[in-house]
Design a protein around this ligand. Structure first.
Ligand code: ZN
Length: 138
């Protein structure tokens, strides 16, 4: 277990890292940004087709903003700053598109299942769907 102790506590520092508030922000940003791959992979394996869930874009946005703040206020490196300076644009755009698509779904009055906006019939129970009845519920 000596190797484990020297791995965790290296050169008198936790993981051999000189810790500061910005180091914590940067490592949390790394962890959040990296975790999005597992979220997307899990969603794809679950549905057996390639999907990008909303959580992927939230994790991308949060992780990249944490890494951008680390780059701006601690690292102060132009390459690192530029790498994360504009990534929030497609992340927010994809979140907006996800939201608009979810709001356009047709809600079946009979079974409550959501169907794509252009659907004429519910895929759950076969009832006729009409866009006018979509938001007319109680
Ligand atoms: Zn239905």
């Amino acid at each position: 277990m000596d190797w484990l102790t020297s791995l965790i506590w290296h050169n008198g520092k936790l993981l051999g890292i000189q810790w500061s508030v910005w180091k914590v922000v940067g490592w949390i940003g790394n962890a959040v940004f990296f975790s999005r791959f597992f979220v997307q992979w899990y969603a794809t394996e679950k549905l057996k087709r390639v999907v990008v869930p909303t959580a992927f874009w939230w994790l991308s946005l949060t992780g990249s903003l944490l890494l951008l703040s680390y780059a701006l206020f601690y690292q102060k490196d132009s390459v690192f700053i530029f790498a994360y300076a504009f990534t929030w644009i497609p992340y927010i755009r994809n979140l907006i598109i996800h939201r608009r698509h979810a709001q356009a779904q047709l809600d079946c009055a009979d079974c409550g299942k959501l169907s794509p906006p252009q659907s004429n019939f519910c895929s759950g129970c076969g009832a006729r769907l009409s866009p006018a009845a979509e938001k007319a519920g109680p």
